[in-house]
Write a protein that binds this ligand. Structure first.
Ligand SMILES: [Zn+2]
Length: 409
């Protein structure tokens, strides 16, 4: 299939203004990008989409995705842990919901069931179910004991050998990004964000085993000591880091070419906004969220200024923060972290694409054709990306998942 987008403003994924132009897609790749008013001549048999001045941009990358956190804008679950069959159904639905909302790549930050995401990633890749490119994970690993974040006990166990066994298991299953919960979680257990759930020896074992098996590691880490452990494990991405100080900021800045960072503010803002019914106590969650946002309002702009790649993704999947609202993170970056709209868009596209190690997140010749045609100008107002009706076209791997415009043959 060959598709020509004409009469569009192109936001190419880098933090620069959009420009008028046209884009040709051949097969699953972007074949040509031409700026200026002279459009590309449509090859024979191309379908031509006249963008009417709409914005063509890369599909978005969710860098902290939880497909098995069941709730979405289409269906809310009040139970956090679902029965296995429902978990499968919810994860499959959520992959499609995210694609419907413009997310064409998903970096999983952990699952609530073993094997669900690797099976789902295979089904998506085979075209059996709709969804973005999924980097699958497995159960978020925290060691046994009640100090941990309880996300399942299957792989618990202490010591370097248990860690090596876990990594080997994940690799055999087809996991690509292993999630290690290094810090406790004060939103669930007050005060526990200072707890460290791993030893240096376990993290060394994680690094060695991950390298041996070709696995990436994502870490949930709040404090200096936790980020130190995450870096010791060779983490590719660090989530939260809300409580770190000067020395750790400097360390992350020095590692800016190899480590990514995602604050995960979506869940914090949503927790602060939520007004739960009387029988649901969100006070710990709200307190933790307020504290983290206060710190991150200072921290995140500093990390960005130091050149650290800051990505969107905010623990969507709770009833008060359902999957499908993920594009809110862009607006949060603008409102709370001082990002310009194009910087927030770059965080959601080119920088996220770099995390996945694939040629995605940019409108660039030769790169994979994951594209959004947006009714309006997200480089002026990122909030329009929260409205799926503004997505006139969603292209994944050169194929139109959605087209709400007429086509000229
Ligand atoms: Zn998470």
């Amino acid at each position: 299939m060959t598709t020509l987008f004409t009469n569009v403003r192109i936001f190419d994924g880098t933090p620069h203004a959009s420009r008028a132009g046209s884009v040709l897609v051949e097969g699953n790749r972007i074949a040509r990008v031409v700026y200026g008013d002279d459009p590309i001549t449509a090859p024979a048999a191309a379908q031509v989409i006249d963008g009417g001045g709409r914005t063509l941009m890369p599909g978005m990358v969710e860098a902290h995705c939880h497909l098995t956190w069941g709730s979405s804008v289409e269906q809310i679950y009040h139970a956090f842990i679902l029965p296995p069959e429902e978990l499968d159904t919810a994860a499959t639905r959520n992959a499609r919901v995210l694609l419907d909302h413009g997310f064409t790549s998903l970096w999983s930050a952990g699952a609530l069931g073993d094997g669900i995401e690797t099976r789902l990633a295979a089904r998506i890749a085979a075209g059996e179910v709709p969804g973005g490119r999924l980097i699958p994970s497995t159960l978020e690993r925290s060691p046994e004991g009640d100090e941990g974040v309880d996300t399942g006990d299957v792989f618990n166990g202490r010591g370097p050998e248990a860690m090596r066994a876990f990594m080997a298991y994940c690799a055999a299953e087809g996991v690509r990004a292993v999630k290690l919960v290094v810090s406790g979680e004060s939103a669930l257990k007050p005060g526990s964000h200072v707890d460290l759930l791993y030893t240096p020896e376990e993290m060394d074992a994680a690094r060695e085993a991950a390298a041996e098996h070709g696995l990436w590691i994502s870490c949930h880490a709040y404090t200096d000591a936790a980020v130190d452990l995450a870096l010791r494990a060779g983490a590719r991405i660090i989530y939260h880091a809300s409580y770190i100080g000067e020395a750790t900021i400097a360390r992350l800045a020095a590692l800016k070419d190899s480590v990514f960072y995602a604050p995960g503010c979506g869940v914090s803002i949503a927790a602060l906004e939520a007004s739960p019914p009387p029988h649901i106590d969100m006070s710990a969650m709200k307190h933790s969220a307020a504290e983290r946002m206060e710190l991150e309002r200072v921290l995140v702009p500093r990390l960005k200024a130091a050149g650290v790649r800051v990505l969107i993704g905010g623990d969507y999947g709770f009833p008060f923060n359902p999957n499908g609202r993920n594009a809110r993170d862009l607006a949060h970056f603008v409102e709370h972290f001082g990002f310009s709209p194009v910087e927030a868009l770059a965080a959601a596209t080119s920088l996220g694409g770099q995390l996945t190690g694939q040629q995605v997140g940019e409108v660039r010749e030769g790169w994979l054709a994951d594209l959004l045609l947006v009714d309006g100008d997200p480089t002026a107002d990122v909030t329009i990306l929260q409205d799926r009706n503004r997505l006139s076209a969603i292209m994944l791997d050169g194929r139109l998942h959605k087209l709400a415009l007429p086509v000229a043959a």
